[in-house]
Design a protein around this ligand. Structure first.
Ligand SMILES: [Zn+2]
Length: 292
């Protein structure tokens, strides 16, 4: 990806500079490429002394989740872990509640940012009606979280869509009127289709919260280098929240740090540094890691 950005810099800069000056954006491309090159320069693993699981605790992350599959997978893992705990907590706090998995789509679009914004605004409108008047197709919901996923359409257009988890009030019996929700969604967005399923455990949670941009390895419809570079060009710096919680599912910070807090007593640590094309085991210098 790093080499790809540098090789395509002259072509990308004028295409995606938008309101940014060409020089500044061109520099930004070079900066991003440099950060990508340094991503994963060191890794800190820990083997938990009781559970004996080996976890990646910290690393040199470039934090460019549109561009970097490593950081994207890490962000996804952190979010899934946090929301798994959140859902368990809601289940305990509201006995008899249930969870639905809803997918919202709009027609494929050339303007990716506008397409995402259209969906976010539509969901907010549906949610506000529930919150302020207790009416509308989401009346039975007490919480929600959605993530925006971007795939390429069959044509040259983009297909941004939203996977949402709806936390349903116990008294709702987990019921949402599908025709009503679809009709309102389509009226707000010009979309054609939504989908609602009952959630079956953690696999559905992963589906709802997984990569906002599908990595190439994830399947045939995953985005390749060129498409990921375009997504970054179109969305970088726009501060669009791709993961949005509502109601009882709120409370998890927007940008969970990719590093994991840990206490040294719980883990046996292993440190690796990328050197001349391979990872070399080294001494852990925690004081130095903390200072970075
Ligand atoms: Zn990275």
């Amino acid at each position: 990806m790093c080499a790809f950005l540098l090789a395509n810099r002259d072509w990308m800069a004028p295409q995606f500079a938008d309101s940014r000056s060409l020089d500044v954006f061109s520099l930004q491309i070079a900066n991003s490429a440099a950060k990508l090159a340094g991503c994963g320069a060191w890794l800190l693993f820990g083997e938990h002394r009781q559970k004996l699981d080996v976890e990646l605790l910290q690393a040199q992350f470039c934090q460019q989740t549109y561009l970097c599959l490593f950081c994207q997978a890490r962000r996804s893992y952190r979010n899934i872990t946090a929301y798994q705990a959140k859902l368990r907590q809601v289940e305990t706090d509201y006995p008899g509640c249930s969870f639905l998995l809803a997918t919202f789509t709009i027609p494929n679009t050339a303007d990716l940012a506008a397409g995402i914004q259209l969906q976010k605004t539509a969901f907010r409108k549906l949610w506000d009606r529930q919150k302020q008047r207790g009416t509308g197709p989401l009346a039975g919901a007490m919480g929600a979280v959605y993530s925006v996923e971007i795939t390429g359409g069959a044509d040259t257009l983009w297909h941004p869509h939203m996977h949402a988890i709806l936390a349903m009030k116990p008294e709702s019996g987990g019921f949402v009127s599908f025709p009503k929700l679809r009709a309102e969604w389509c009226a707000l967005t010009g979309g054609r289709q939504i989908r609602i399923d009952r959630m079956h455990g953690s696999r559905d949670l992963n589906e709802a919260l997984k990569y906002t941009v599908k990595p190439q390895q994830a399947g045939e419809d995953g985005l390749g280098l060129l498409q990921r570079a375009k997504v970054w060009g179109m969305l970088a710096g726009k501060r669009i929240r791709m993961l949005q919680p509502y109601g009882v599912l709120k409370g998890i910070p927007d940008e969970l740090p990719l590093d994991q807090d840990f206490s040294v007593e719980d883990y046996t640590l292993f440190f690796y540094r990328w050197l001349s094309g391979e990872y070399i085991a080294g001494e852990v210098d925690l004081a130095r890691l903390k200072r970075r």
